[in-house]
Design a binder for this molecule. Sequence first.
Ligand code: 3HC
Length: 303
Amino acid sequence: LKRGLSTSSAMNAVIKNVTIVGGGLMGSGIAQVAAQTGHNVTLVEVNPDLIKKAEDNIVKSLARVAKKQFKDDPEGGKKFIAESQSRIKGTTDIAEAVKDSDLVVEAIVENMEIKHKFFKTLDEVAPAKTMFASNTSSLSIGEIASVTKRKDRFGGLHFFNPVPVMKLLEVVRIPETSEETYQAFMAWGKAIGKTCVTCKDTPGFIVNRLLVPYVAEAIRMMERGDASPRDIDTAMKLGAGYPMGPIELSDYVGHDTSHSILQGWHKKFPDNPLFVPNESVDKLVKEKKLGLKTGEGFYKYTK
Ligand code: 3HC
């Protein structure tokens, strides 16, 4: 055990101060649910404009939550929004952001080199007690953690989009993750209102390992012209009870994200036919039609 982290104190480690790095779709959602449940949140982005953008998205989403949770109590709803908002501080200074942090959740771009560079710096500036987690959807947690000297305080915390709505949290252990860290992650997941599942550090963990090939297969079905996108979506909604059809879901998740996941897996496991990227998705990415967030993907969206 590391200095200052005795077994008993770590076992009782309560995560109160969290640092979320990256204010995109996932990072802002994670910051929001943590703030909503009484945690002190520091949100780190690379420039003030991106902090502002994340904060605006959080307020919009908090309003949706308040509308539901405080249906007959608009004053209570306003208070909930204001209090949650006041628990989030934005900054561009990572050293400042982690000085009292119990947990850092990284939700930056899905690129191993960039994640390595980030965690190397973070490891130098963060206090010894601070636990690190990555929200990566498809990269290896062990490989990300390898550049730090705290693999025992490292794991995966994988959230789902939209974070304020989706109930699941995948808690990923690497062989080095200590029992204390794992227990602290599980307790924090519960504290922010999620149901936790535990899994090993394998490509896609549980959900994406099943969901990504399923969506790719649906897109292949559309590419072959076996059925229209609308009919594929209707079929899976009404025939399998999914809230969204696979084509709709691919637009919702964002083609840049799913593209980078499949490209990465295909490169690593070229013989696995489930991981072959879709040509039509390559094309959409080249045209910057990334789905819902850019207003067009396989479908067109109006605000
Ligand atoms: N913030 C707050 N609340 C939100 C929200 C957000 N961003 N998005 C939706 N909501 C709320 C709405 O306000 C609404 O509340 P209400 O019940 O009080 O009206 C409720 O959620 C339902 O939303 P909508 O009425 O707009 O629409 P739907 O009923 O179609 O639900 C959905 C939307 C929850 C997104 C649903 O379609 C769904 O569950 N889709 C599947 C999502 C999914 O599979 N996500 C996983 C993607 S994979 C992933 O994230 C992994 C990553 O690594 C790539």
